[in-house]
Design a protein around this ligand. Structure first.
Ligand SMILES: C[S@@+](CC[C@H](N)C(=O)[O-])C[C@H]1O[C@@H](n2cnc3c(N)ncnc32)[C@H](O)[C@@H]1O
Length: 256
């Protein structure tokens, strides 16, 4: 059976693409926050690996700030868009993207001052594979570097669980989400239906279903230590806000 990541990001990438494009405006601030957070850990990165780079939201911003970035992703469509954005911003000397699978990171030999994986791009696979992905990211981090993960905080999401909602409603269209959480597997399956605005109302455009393992902070910290990281710091966001019980996001800075 085709894994959901293949169908959502490779076979039918348009449904999520709008979401990626809508979040382009946030990327500059997120890149600044990422660099400031790393600086708090005495890391001033010259090189970075963007794992699951999508359309290069952060890769382009970091390239613009003098970091040499390699982005990897499985989606040809998003990588094409990333290349377009790299050219438009004139950061081709600093940023390169390639089609590669995060499950194959352990087979590589390249190393980076920072390896980052942002916007809930971790937890896509079964337990053993997620562990392997983490171990692969650990292997790509230089000795004095760090891994940064930014993802959903399971505790915060469950504290205010919304099985259905409309996260965005703008003049271009409407997005309707429904979610189901399985406490036995700690996985959340979300269906995202997208409608385009028309003069008469809305036209159904398509939908995607994604199935992600959610982690409690202490659990993910333990996984990072198992993967070989010596020091693990937790935050509520890339801005370095302290993690609280109801924080909806979770940021991990893991150092070898
Ligand atoms: C939620 S998006 C985040 C993209 C980007 N990090 C951002 O913040 O804009 C998830 C990304 O993971 C990529 N992806 C999914 N499975 C992957 C895999 N096995 N290896 C590499 N990338 C993958 C998708 O193609 C998609 O671009």
């Amino acid at each position: 059976m085709t894994h959901w990541t293949e169908s959502v990001y490779r076979e039918n990438p348009e449904v999520f693409r709008r979401h990626l494009e809508d979040r382009l405006d946030d990327a500059a601030e997120e890149a600044d926050d990422l660099l400031a957070l790393l600086s708090d850990h005495d890391i001033d990165p010259e090189s970075a690996l963007d794992v699951a780079c999508g359309i290069g939201r952060h890769a382009v911003e970091l390239g613009d700030r003098g970091v040499t970035v390699r982005g990897i992703d499985i989606s040809e469509s998003y990588l094409d868009r990333a290349c377009e954005r790299v050219a438009d911003r004139g950061v081709g000397d600093a940023v390169a993207v390639e089609r590669a699978d995060m499950r194959d990171l352990a087979e590589r030999t390249d190393e980076y001052d920072v390896v980052y994986n942002l916007w809930t791009s971790f937890g896509y696979f079964d337990e053993a594979t997620n562990r392997d992905v983490l171990a692969g990211m650990h292997e790509r981090v230089a000795e004095e570097g760090a891994l940064v993960l930014e993802l959903v905080n399971r505790d915060g999401v469950l504290a205010d669980f919304r099985p259905a909602g409309i996260p965005e409603d703008d003049e271009d269209g409407l997005v309707v989400e429904s979610a189901d959480y399985d406490p036995e597997t700690a996985r959340m399956e979300t269906t995202r239906r997208v409608f385009a605005a028309t003069d008469e109302g809305y036209d159904y455009e398509g939908e995607m279903v994604y199935d992600v393992r959610l982690y409690a902070p202490a659990e993910l910290a333990a996984l990072c230590r198992d993967a070989g990281f010596e020091s693990v710091s937790l935050y509520a966001g890339l801005d370095g806000e302290p993690l609280e019980r109801e924080s909806t996001r979770l940021v991990v800075v893991a150092e070898p």
